[in-house]
Structures are given as structure tokens and as C-alpha cells.
Design a binder for this molecule. Structure first.
Ligand code: SIN
Length: 512
């Protein structure tokens, strides 16, 4: 074993986005090993977040109004108790982040500047350096982590499997530069982010294929809400991979959508450009499906002020040859956020003893069928602290060591991406989801780079096929209506594999 690798730790955190960094800092001075597949705070969606953190801080606002918007966006599937608990913590979360050195934008009178995003009835988005909210937060927290002696960072290191002993998580098997390592731990916390990397068109880091979901599922954890994938309506339409985001806050400042005929096609829709994300994404997709191009026109609302309010977005536009002060910005929907994941309670506990999950990898029930903008950084920071409180309150006795074995091949979603993109897009139907299940089911069992991405794709497709309705971000052409009552679904990997196998047998029997 490499000398720089610890053999054991009370707590191992996997992932260095907002959720992982918050948990690590909140656990101090308890020793924590923080495992991250790139450099600290890099290759994480948190650092790329433009909008900010939703918090009911305005004088005209209240947690009740924030809750009402969250429930409406979630389209009948938000767990109200979880939502209330998380949203109530928003002011404390902002205060904690500021205490860690995060500088949010403030007005001349010193009050926090609050932005507006879609489906929020009030200005409540706390942001940093205009549209560089995520980078501002992650920079401050990584500096704080580097200065915290109880946190050991293992960068360029990938978690490969959770190690189970007597039915509980006992540690984690890791790989760095082709070498295998293992760390015994009393608590493992997954903070690995989302799964946009399973799709061709995404605003997420490409390596985010749902890695934590695969780790948890293979350890027997219950998954929830896997079918709900949020498409951000306005990614910058370009050849760049991943696609750059044009924040909803730009629409919040009055920019409007037009097609190449000059038609402002959202004008008659309730909420117009600030309708919930799924509605705007479907409207844009419908335009594109008819062969039209779609643009976000910020000229009348922002004109020359664009680059002052949105400096990072202005730079991204210029990189693509667009001057947003004088030209409309070409946009298209792209996968941005996954509402589902590893089912947890309000302490971040999963169904497997010794395993916690926080942030996008987890499903607390806050987002329901469709996340309200900027509720995700809020959830990551609130749940990071709640999970740390829970873990910090446990008594840890002794520490074992684990043997390491040859690592499985490094995961790659490259061969899965085209299949998932075809079948689990903005509009879905049974036939295409069944073909996806048939294609990925055998791969999920292989010892190959595609295995973990295939397992996550299989879970998504199975949940999506079983939801025979259109709700929130899940839109089916063969079931366009919403069922009268909505229920959240939970399944383990075993149940998902069994469902896929039975489906395969039925297909075989039909074709015989
Ligand atoms: C955005 O800035 O539009 C993204 C905000 C979010 O996804 O929460």
C-alpha cells in the first residue's frame, strides 16, 4: 500500500462538490478522508453553477412562499416534510457559508442582492460574482478544507466499490493511476453529484455518470425517483462538450425566447419565459423538432449591462463567437440535474448501514418530479451539514483494515451515451425505453468500463418505463396525461434487475 494512502479512517467522503466539502468541514475536528476523482473542487457541477442558492431572505418573502414554489415545481411528488425542513435551513446555510469565507453579492446598502429565476414568485437567489456563484463558493470552501488539518484529501482517486462486512458498509475500494487501495471506514458519505454525463447534451462534467448511484446500488441501497432528469432549457447551442449554461437568471432579468421566425413562442404560456423548466424545455424542443432555431434575446432587457451582471456567461458566449449585448444567443435544452438517486432520510442516511448520501446523488424528496431552480446548492449545503451532525454524533470504536484487490476497469459512459440520449430525452415512449433496457441489461453485469454507467441507465429506464404518466420532467408521448395521484417509487438493484429480466423474457416469448 502506498504510504500516502491511509488504511482506515472514521469517515470517508467521496466527492468534492458543495455537499462533500460542507460535510468534511462540518465534521472537523473528526478525521475525514476526502476522495475526489480530479483535483479538489474540480470536475464538479457545484463549481459550474451560475444561478446561486435559493433562500427566502427578502422582506416580501417567507419560507412558506419558497415551499409553495417548490411544491408547485415538484408537480405532486415533493416530500413536504423534507422540503420544509431543508428550506427552513436556508438562512442558516447562507450564514454558515459566509462564515467559511464565501462572499455573496451585496447591494450598496449591504443587503444581499437577490436574483429571480423561473417558477420563483419572489427574488430569492443569493449569488456570487454575478453568475459565478458556484465557483465563488467552491473556491472559498476548498481554501478552508486545505487549511483544516483533520481533512486528508486523496485527489485523482476513484472509488470503485463499497466494501460490505456483516451487511454494513465497512470501507471503500479505490483506484489511483491503475493501482488498487482500500480504506476501512465506519462511515462512508457519497457526494458524487449527478448523471448528466450519461447524455450527449449536458451541462454537467462528462465524468458524472451517476457513479455514486452505482456504488450504492451495488451495495444494496434503495434508489428513488430515478426517472426524473431535468433538462435546462437554455444551454448555449454550440459544439462544446459539455454545453455551456445560459443561466435562468438571464431570463429572470427579462431576456426572452424567440425562434428564427422572430416569434416569441412563450408569450402566451402561463409564466412566459419563467414558466417551470420542464415547460420551457419542452416548448424549445418542440421548436427545434420543427427544424427551427431558438434564441435567447437579452438585448432589450440588458443590452450593454449584460457583461456586468453576467460576466462568466458573456465570456462563454464570446468563446462561441456570440456578442450577447448585440446578438441573440442560440440555445437548446440539455440535461442539467437529476432529481432522483440514492434514497435518504433527513440525516442523509441511506438504507444501508454505514452509508450516507448527500447532494445530487441523493434523493431526499425535496425536488419531487422537477427541481425548483437553485434549490440544489441549498440542499447540498443543508444536507452536508445535517449528515455531518448525524455522523459526528455516532460512537466510533477501533478501526479495521481491508485488503485491496486488482481494480475493475475504469468506468466510461462513452458507449452508453448515445443509447441513453435516444431513449431518455425530453420526450419518452415505451418502445424506446424497452430497447434501452434490453441493450444495457447485459452490460450491467460485465467487468467492463460500461458496467456502472449501464447499471445507472438501466435503473433510470426501468423507473421511467414503470411511470405510465407524464409528470414534471418525465414526459411520455404514449402517456401524455398526469395520473390523478402521484407516488414516488423506490427500488433496489435486485428489483431493477429482476424487472429487466422479466421484461426480456416477455419480449422473447412475444417474438417466439
Ligand atoms: C441556472 O442558473 O439557470 C441554473 C440554476 C439551477 O440549475 O439551479
Amino acid at each position: 500500500m502506498n504510504a500516502s494512502f491511509p488504511h482506515s479512517a472514521p469517515v470517508v467522503i467521496i466527492g468534492s462538490g458543495l455537499a462533500g466539502l460542507t460535510a468534511a468541514l462540518s465534521l472537523a475536528p473528526m478525521p475525514v478522508v476526502l476522495v475526489t476523482r480530479a483535483a479538489l473542487g474540480e470536475e464538479t457541477s457545484s463549481a459550474w453553477a451560475q444561478g446561486g442558492i435559493a433562500a427566502a431572505l427578502g422582506e416580501d418573502d417567507s419560507p412558506e412562499l419558497h415551499l409553495a414554489d417548490t411544491l408547485a415545481a415538484g408537480d405532486g411528488l415533493v416530500d413536504e416534510k423534507a422540503a420544509r425542513a431543508i428550506l427552513d435551513q436556508a438562512p442558516a446555510a447562507i450564514g454558515w457559508l459566509e462564515a467559511q469565507g464565501v462572499q455573496f453579492d451585496r447591494k450598496a446598502d449591504g443587503a444581499l442582492e437577490l436574483g429571480l429565476e423561473a417558477a420563483h414568485c419572489r427574488r430569492r437567489i443569493v449569488h456570487g460574482k454575478g453568475d459565478a456563484s458556484g465557483a465563488t463558493i467552491i473556491r472559498a470552501l476548498t481554501e478552508r478544507v486545505a487549511a483544516t488539518p483533520s481533512i486528508s484529501v486523496l485527489s485523482d482517486t476513484q472509488a470503485r466499490r463499497l466494501v460490505l462486512r456483516d451487511g454494513r458498509v465497512a470501507g471503500v475500494a479505490l483506484e489511483r493511476a491503475g493501482e488498487a487501495y482500500a480504506i476501512a471506514a465506519r462511515a462512508v458519505l457519497l457526494a458524487t453529484g449527478g448523471l448528466g454525463g450519461l447524455f450527449d447534451a449536458t451541462t454537467n462534467p462528462q465524468g458524472n455518470f451517476g457513479h455514486g448511484i452505482a456504488l450504492a446500488a451495488r451495495a444494496g441501497a434503495v434508489l428513488a425517483d430515478m426517472e426524473f432528469v431535468q433538462f435546462h432549457p437554455t444551454a448555449l447551442a454550440s459544439d462544446r462538450t459539455p454545453l455551456a449554461l445560459i443561466s435562468e437568471a438571464v431570463r429572470g432579468e427579462g431576456a426572452h425566447l424567440t425562434n428564427d421566425l422572430g416569434d416569441r413562442f412563450m408569450a402566451d404560456v402561463s409564466g412566459q419565459e419563467l414558466a417551470p423548466r420542464d415547460i420551457v424545455a419542452r416548448a424549445i424542443s418542440a421548436e427545434i423538432a420543427q427544424g427551427r432555431k431558438v434564441f435567447l434575446d437579452a438585448r432589450p432587457a440588458l443590452g450593454q449591462h449584460f457583461s456586468t451582471r453576467f460576466p462568466s456567461i458573456a465570456a462563454l458566449c464570446r468563446e462561441a463567437g456570440i456578442e450577447p449585448e448585440s446578438q441573440p444567443i442560440p440555445v437548446r435544452p440539455a440535461v442539467h440535474y437529476h432529481m432522483g438517486g440514492v434514497a435518504t432520510d433527513l440525516c442523509g442516511r441511506t438504507s444501508v448501514e454505514g452509508l450516507w448520501a448527500v447532494g445530487e446523488v441523493a434523493a431526499t424528496g425535496l425536488h419531487g418530479a422537477n427541481r425548483l431552480a437553485s434549490n440544489s446548492l441549498l440542499e447540498a449545503s443543508v444536507m452536508g451539514r445535517l449528515a455531518a451532525e448525524d455522523i459526528g454524533g455516532l460512537a466510533f470504536a477501533g478501526s479495521a483494515t481491508l485488503g485491496s484487490s486488482r481494480p475493475s476497469p475504469r468506468p466510461s459512459a462513452a458507449s452508453i451515451r448515445p443509447l441513453v440520449s435516444r431513449s431518455l430525452g425530453v420526450l419518452r415512449d415505451a418502445e424506446s425505453m424497452k430497447s434501452l433496457i434490453a441493450a444495457v441489461r447485459p452490460l450491467a453485469d460485465e467487468n467492463s468500463p460500461a458496467a456502472d454507467p449501464a447499471l445507472v441507465a438501466l435503473a433510470m429506464a426501468s423507473f421511467a418505463l414503470l411511470r405510465q404518466e407524464s409528470r414534471g420532467a418525465h414526459a411520455r408521448t404514449d402517456f401524455p396525461a398526469k395520473a390523478e395521484t402521484g407516488t414516488r417509487r423506490r427500488m433496489t438493484m435486485q428489483q431493477i434487475l429482476q424487472f429487466a429480466d422479466e421484461l426480456g423474457e416477455t419480449r422473447l416469448a412475444r417474438s417466439a
